[in-house]
Write a protein that binds this ligand. Structure first.
Ligand code: TNX
Length: 512
């Protein structure tokens, strides 16, 4: 009885934190507004997480945060467990319609001495918000503030944040070299930490077909059997693909499947020669040339095939987009190309998806609802703007993750440019090549895989550059600055090391 009485009258715990400054934290991407209040929130064994429970997804976000806190600090923070007697500090993850947080992925964080309140309109917003929170949990605890208690001090203040662009993506080419489900999951883990929301999978090319299609089984039996360099290739079963989609969804990341056509189709045509339109006898291809293959765009069977493929993929893919490639169809006659893209757009729409294509698709007669991915041709991008289409910015000279950093790079190509870490960051997607910002859906950094065949090589090209692209797509131009970014980037090493990411240690960065 005495014990109960005591715990009811528990005295407020007073901790004297050294002065903090929330605005000096190493956030990437940099939030819209950070207002420090110079005190501390004690994350320790007396912290609990509570979330909105009547709205789907919030409990999962709370559990996700608890898991990441455990991984970083080894603390066991309870989620949505009531009547915990010893709780001193609380993290509330609330759904709120009443505050204007600036759209679907906006959020506000109020960090005071005894609580952290994360408000957002959607679970996606709260998920972005907890990434911000993860970034300000210090690497080490302060063990002298309260005797016998390890405390991770989180600086107090307020963060108001929402993304500049609704589309913040990276593409992985699993066709030139195949990457396992585990590799893709690891990539997703890191993208999510930097608030990416799109993973585009380049699932087919001349060298390989990587997704099981039940109605056309030879695509993977034959077309999935090899890759660049003659290694054994591989493919995702539909279950594997669903596993990737579900994993991405837990990270509030949308997967966009790409079947590249009518060019880049050698693997498909070797599997089913009736599709072939280049008039030559075909064999499996392990080289890295582009532009030699095409479907026969005037054959009905080709469209029956595409209908089957898109139907199966649409049924497996919850996201709103299907990417049809459309690039570098150098051996498809122009009128055939236009005829083809027009027809395929209709098939994509029939399955209630929005079509994306590389910028060449803008030369066809497509709808304003379809999306062009700008990679090389300003003229094509302008044609897309003229049609009222949205554009995804992926200019090869600035945003291609497969470009070498410099002449000494171990992997990568350099047909578009050398892209050192500063060049990757210092440009303005908001006004690049005169494309009006109102047409820009967002930014995507593609990682083509001709020169990389395992996760370490993937990481060498993707990191640290992909970290910079997260800031280019989330943070407005006024809030970006290379000198300031470069310091925040240098401080990503504890995270990257903990995640076992073998990033390229660019000499431009004074790594911590
Ligand atoms: C061009 S970008 C391609 C790809 C290559 C890439 C290599 C694009 C739409 N097509 O087929 O892999 O260059 O950088």
């Amino acid at each position: 009885i005495i014990f109960m009485a005591c715990s009811k009258q528990k005295k407020e715990r007073v901790i004297n934190f050294p002065k903090t400054d929330l605005s000096l934290e190493n956030f990437i991407p940099k939030p819209l507004q950070v207002i420090p209040s110079n005190n501390g929130f004690a994350l320790d064994k007396y912290t609990a997480i509570y979330t909105s429970k009547n709205v789907e997804g919030f409990d999962e976000v709370g559990k996700f945060l608890a898991k990441k806190i455990k991984a970083k600090t080894n603390l066991d923070v309870q989620v949505n467990v009531n009547d915990l007697p010893s709780i001193e500090t609380v993290i509330y993850i609330n759904q709120s319609d009443s505050i204007n947080v600036g759209g679907k992925e906006g959020y506000q964080l109020h960090i005071t001495q005894d609580s952290i309140i994360l408000n957002s309109n959607t679970a996606a917003g709260s998920f972005r918000g907890i990434q911000t929170l993860r970034q300000i949990i210090p690497e080490t605890s302060n063990d002298t503030l309260v005797a016998g208690t390890k405390i991770w001090t989180i600086p107090t203040g307020k963060i108001i944040d929402n993304p500049q662009f609704e589309y913040r993506g990276s593409m992985l080419d699993v066709a030139r070299h195949f990457f396992s489900v585990e590799d893709v999951k690891k990539y997703i883990d890191i993208l999510a930490y930097y608030k990416y929301n799109v993973l585009h999978l380049h699932l087919s090319d001349d060298q390989g077909w990587r997704l099981e299609i039940k109605s056309w089984p030879k695509l993977t039996e034959i077309g999935g059997s090899t890759e660049v360099g003659g290694e054994s290739g591989g493919f995702y079963t539909q279950e594997d693909y669903t596993e990737i989609i579900d994993y991405a969804a837990k990270h509030h990341i949308t997967v966009i499947p790409e079947i590249d056509m009518p060019g880049h189709t050698n693997a498909a045509s070797v599997s089913y020669p009736i599709l072939n339109g280049n008039g030559r006898k075909l064999e499996l291809y392990q080289g890295t040339e582009v532009g030699f293959s095409t479907f026969n765009t005037r054959k009905d069977t080709v469209y029956t095939f595409i209908d089957d493929v898109i139907r199966e993929i649409a049924a497996l893919t919850p996201g709103p987009y299907i990417h049809i490639g459309g690039d570098e169809s150098h051996v498809t006659k122009k009128p055939d190309y236009i005829y083809f893209v027009n027809k395929v757009e209709k098939i994509v729409q029939k399955y209630n998806k929005r079509m994306i294509g590389w910028d060449e698709v803008a030369t066809a007669d497509i709808d304003s609802t379809s999306i062009a991915q700008f990679w090389a041709s300003k003229k094509n991008a302008q044609a897309a703007v003229d049609k009222g289409m949205k554009i995804i910015m992926s200019p090869a000279k600035k945003a291609y993750l497969d470009m070498k950093y410099d002449t000494l790079s171990k992997h990568g190509l350099h047909w578009a440019a050398y892209i050192p870490v500063d060049t990757a960051y210092i440009w303005t997607p908001e006004s690049y090549e005169g494309i009006p910002i109102k047409n820009i859906l967002g930014l995507e950094a593609p990682l083509w895989s001709e020169t990389i065949s395992n996760i370490e090589e993937l990481e060498y090209l993707a990191f640290p550059r992909a970290i910079g692209y997260s800031e280019l797509s989330w943070t407005t131009q006024e809030n970006r600055d290379w000198e300031n970014y470069k310091v925040r980037l240098a401080n990503q090493t504890p995270f990257l090391d903990r995640m076992n990411v073998k990033y390229y240690p660019s000499k431009l960065i004074d790594w911590k």
